[in-house]
Each structure stands twice: as structure tokens, then as C-alpha cells.
Write a protein that binds this ligand. Structure first.
Ligand code: BG6
Length: 475
């Protein structure tokens, strides 16, 4: 549906861009920081996390470019092992200093900080000591980490995201490791961790409301809406089920404090239900999010999977070889399929701007909560030309089409208060190193060669600059 008279983006709309600590900062063992689980589990075929974009040493230069771009907000994450190298206990003052410098520099330049508390980088010591998210011991440690953040930065940081992409961590074992030698099935371990992580999220929400005056907080969730492969009723039901398992399991827990009935029944029948202790569900219900961050890159297609099929995990496209993605199969529930109507990126991610409008409307109807796009972008192989330019028309096209759908969603009535694409600058891709780039700003390095790490503005930088300048009137 189109409108004859379109409303523009709100005047106070956040024009932002995103990064995460382990992907940009580097300095992974500097000034007191200890290792995180990502530092040791990242894909060994690409660059490691030791230097990445070297943002740790280039705050002023990087924020100056944000200012030049016109950004009114910036989403970054705090590194837990930089702030608390033992996961708990003594606070690392050099870590606090680093984030103070960053936040102050942002504010000095009129850029509102949007802070993610947890973006995959659990202190390795906590994984080794008690299995990380597998143990309820993490609840006190995570709350303590949040307290340190709120007490040190809550006077200036008012927008918070508790946990990045709990939904995707659930699928990716290197982000939420299971204990292979345990007698407990991997599936049950995952649901246990998911429950514990949701409790941690709820405690963070409550603490933020206590400690941060005027603070707004909520989750940032990674979502890919599932379409049915056909109008066959079995496929329609399969798509519903896929959305329940991959989207609403998490969002109903976060926003209603409830397990979906059908998923709870599935967990009971498959003996993988999490342990619920007295007080858990009351805690989840009482923790009210103020906002919801959406990470959206693509949609998915599913069809019914007969019970007799062999199950298969989702396999991320192997090192950027087009066509190597394997869709997941959950026998009796659903299986992934291709979408013949959509183009794909080099990494097989199906490009679907309209899917973003569909998703935003679904979420609005269901939860009536203010939302912000916390990630959206195109991972591509950018070429630096001999005269030092990056002509990334494909990225501009991707972002423009998604922003058009955001504007339509706003006209549909969705409460969308910002757009923070992935990523502000080139950074270490979680799955594919520096070969796969997302930034508006090119970072002059490759996986194998460090080069001079200089910052180069891509064509998309100038395009986004004009979008911001015209408050989205010129896309
Ligand atoms: C999201 C993460 O899943 O997608 C980011 O929050 C990640 O950390 C981004 O980098 C893109 O994924 P990838 O694998 O292409 O880096």
C-alpha cells in the first residue's frame, strides 16, 4: 500500500550507525582488558580481534568523521572484559576512561550515545569458571556489570540495549557455547541458557530504571521474518511455527514475560524445557522494556518438513562462497527454502526491503512499542580504486530501499524513532573477517595485511550525509 500524502521522518529521528566493541576496538589485550569468548572463537580463516579497526586508538578521528557524516546518534557496545577483566571484582579504570572519552567526544559533537550492554563478548574467565550463560551464577555477575555501567555512564547515556541478538546467539554455538561432554542434550542446554539470559536482561531493565534518571532500555533482537514457500496450508503453518521459534519465543519472553504455549508444549514433549525457579516468571513480567531494537538484514522462506526427514542445522555461507548456505531442517516443523523473487548478496543473504515493513508492522500490531533499527546493511567486497575511492552503489541501493520501507512503516503508524545501519565503519565481520565490509567509512586493511588503517569515505558516506542533511527527504 502506498499513500498519496506521505509524512516524512520525524524531526527528532535518530540518524545513527552501529558498531560493536570486539569488531572495531582492537587493543584486545591492552590497558588491562582480558579475553572474551569471541576473541578465542572467531573464524580462524580471517583476521583476529587483536587490532580490527583500531578504533581504541582513534576515537577523535572516528567521531570527527561521524560528525562530518551528520550522525545524530551512534550505537556502540561496551566490552565487559575491558571494564571487568575478571568478569567481576575490581573495575579496570583504563576501560572506564576509554568509554568516558568516547561518550564525551560524542556528546561534544552533538551525537547521542546508544549503548549496547552485551554484544557477544562474554569474559572468557566466566565461560571457563562456570560455563558462562549455562549457570545462574552469571545473573549476579551480569547485574554487577550493568551496575558499573549505569553508575559510571548513566548520567550521560540515556538509551540502552540489554543484549544483542539473543535470538541468533541461540543458533550459533560459538556465541553461546554448549557443553559437548554434558549428559544434558544440547537442545536443553540452549533453552536453559536462553532462560537465564532472559532473566539477566530483566534484571538489567530493572536496574537501569532504578539508577539511570530518564533512562530508556530494551533488547536489540536479530530477526528474519519467515514467509511460507507456497499457499499450501502446511507451508502457511510452517511459517507461523518458524516465526514462533525464531522470533516470538524471544519477544514474548522479553515483552510479555511469557513462554508461548506451543513452544512450551514442544519443550516438554522433547524434554528440553528450561528450569523455572520460583520468582523467575514474576521477574520477567515485571521488567518493562521502553523500546525495541531491530537488527534486520533479510527475510527467509520456509515450507513444511515431514517428520521422517533428517534434521539439519543452519550453516552460514562458507567464507563468502555464493550458494554454499545450507538451510535448517526441523523435522515435523519446517525447513528453509530459497526465495526465487529476491536477489542475494555475495553471502547468500536475500535482499528484501519490503520484508522490513512487513516485520515492523507485525511487531507494532503485537507489542505497540517504540522501535529503532539497530542494524541493517549490506556486507560486500568493496574495491579501493587507484585514486582512493570506493564506489559502493550496491550498498546505497540497499540502504535507500530499506529506508523507503521505514518511511512507509512510519506512515502505517509504526513508532520508529531511529535508523542505525550496520556499520558506521568497516569492521571485523562476525562470520567473515574484513573481506565482508559494511561501513560508510572504509578502513584500509585486509585480513592478511594491516596497511595503514586509514579511514576513507565511501560513496555511501556522501549519500547518507545528504539523507541526514535533508532529514530523509532525499533518499
Ligand atoms: C549481526 C551482529 O548479527 O550481524 C553483528 O549483531 C554482525 O555483530 C552483523 O557483524 C553482520 O553479520 P556478519 O556475520 O556479516 O558480520
Amino acid at each position: 500500500m502506498k499513500y498519496n500524502n506521505m509524512t516524512g521522518f520525524p524531526d527528532d529521528f535518530f540518524w545513527s550507525a552501529s558498531t560493536a566493541a570486539y569488531q572495531v576496538e582492537g587493543a584486545f589485550l591492552e590497558d588491562g582488558k582480558s579475553l572474551s569468548i569471541v576473541d578465542v572463537n572467531i573464524n580462524p580463516n580471517f583476521a583476529d580481534t587483536s587490532i580490527t579497526s583500531d578504533h581504541y586508538h582513534r576515537i577523535k578521528e572516528d567521531v570527527a568523521l561521524m560528525k562530518e557524516l551528520g550522525m545524530t546518534a551512534y550505537r556502540f557496545s561496551f566490552s565487559w572484559p575491558r571494564i571487568l577483566p575478571n568478569g567481576r571484582g575490581p573495575v579496570n579504570n583504563e576501560g572506564i576512561d576509554f568509554y568516558n572519552q568516547l561518550i564525551n567526544e560524542l556528546l561534544k559533537n552533538g551525537i547521542t550515545p546508544l549503548a549496547t550492554i552485551y554484544h557477544f563478548d562474554l569474559p572468557l574467565v566466566l565461560q571457563q569458571e562456570y560455563g558462562g550463560w549455562a549457570s545462574r551464577k552469571i545473573l549476579d555477575d551480569f547485574e554487577n556489570f550493568c551496575r558499573v555501567l549505569f553508575e559510571n555512564f548513566g548520567d550521560r547515556v540515556k538509551y540502552w540495549f540489554t543484549i544483542n541478538e539473543q535470538s541468533n546467539m541461540f543458533l550459533l554455538p560459538y556465541l553461546m557455547p554448549v557443553n559437548e561432554s554434558s549428559d544434558i542434550s544440547a537442545e536443553k542446554q540452549k533453552y536453559e541458557m536462553n532462560h537465564i539470559m532472559t532473566l539477566a536482561h530483566a534484571r538489567a531493565i530493572q536496574l537501569c530504571h532504578q539508577l539511570v534518571e530518564g533512562g530508556k532500555i530494551g533488547p536489540a533482537i536479530g530477526l528474519a521474518p519467515n514467509y511460507p514457500a507456497s499457499c499450501k496450508p502446511e507451508d502457511i503453518m510452517a511459517a507461523r511455527v518458524a516465526n514462533d521459534f525464531r522470533t516470538y519465543l524471544f519477544l514474548d519472553l522479553y515483552l510479555y514475560g511469557e513462554y508461548r504455549e506451543n513452544i512450551w508444549r514442544y519443550m516438554l514433549e522433547n524434554e528440553c524445557e528450561p528450569t523455572i525457579l520460583p520468582g523467575d516468571m514474576e521477574l520477567l513480567k515485571s521488567a518493562k522494556s521502553d523500546l525495541l531494537g531491530i537488527n534486520y538484514y533479510q527475510s527467509r522462506v520456509v515450507k513444511y518438513a515431514p517428520k521422517e526427514m533428517a534434521s539439519r542445522d543452519f550453516t552460514v555461507n562458507k567464507d563468502g562462497q555464493k550458494g554454499s548456505t545450507e538451510f535448517e531442517i526441523l523435522p515435523g516443523l519446517y525447513q528453509g527454502a530459497e526465495n526465487p523473487f529476491l536477489e542475494k548478496t555475495e553471502w547468500d543473504w536475500e535482499i528484501d526491503p519490503i520484508g522490513l515493513r512487513v516485520l515492523l508492522n507485525e511487531l507494532h500490531d503485537r507489542y505497540h512499542i517504540p522501535m529503532i533499527i539497530t542494524e541493517n546493511g549490506l556486507g560486500g567486497i568493496d574495491e579501493l580504486t587507484v585514486d582512493g575511492k570506493i564506489h559502493d552503489a550496491y550498498r546505497i541501493d540497499y540502504l535507500r530501499k530499506h529506508l523507503e520501507q521505514c518511511q512507509l512503516a512510519i506512515n502505517d503508524g509504526v513508532q520508529l524513532f531511529g535508523y542505525s545501519p550496520w556499520s558506521y565503519m568497516d569492521l571485523l565481520s562476525t562470520t567473515s573477517g574484513f573481506r565482508k565490509r559494511y561501513g560508510f567509512v572504509y578502513v584500509n586493511r585486509t585480513d592478511d595485511e594491516l596497511k595503514d588503517l586509514s579511514r576513507i569515505k565511501k560513496d555511501s558516506f556522501y549519500w547518507y550525509q545528504n539523507v541526514i542533511k535533508t532529514n530523509g527527504k532525499e533518499l
